[in-house]
Write a protein of this length. Structure first.
Length: 59
C-alpha cells in the first residue's frame, strides 16, 4: 500500500513536463533532505498540479 505522501510518480512526470533548474531536478529525483527542501518540494507540487490542470483542459 502506498500513501499519497510517499508517491513519487508525480515527480517523474513533472520532470518530463518542463525543464527545471539543476537544484530542482536533484530535489525531484533525490528527495527531501531538510525543511527547506520540503518547502521547495511543496511549491513544485503546487506548480505541477496547476500545469496538469492546464494540460487536461487543452486535451
Amino acid at each position: 500500500m502506498t500513501n499519497k505522501w510517499y508517491d513519487k510518480s508525480w515527480q517523474k512526470d513533472f520532470l518530463n513536463i518542463k525543464s527545471h533548474s539543476p537544484a530542482d531536478a536533484k530535489l525531484l529525483m533525490g528527495g527531501v533532505k531538510g525543511l527547506k527542501d520540503a518547502w521547495r518540494l511543496g511549491v513544485l507540487h503546487v506548480e505541477y498540479e496547476r500545469l496538469k490542470k492546464i494540460q487536461e483542459k487543452n486535451d
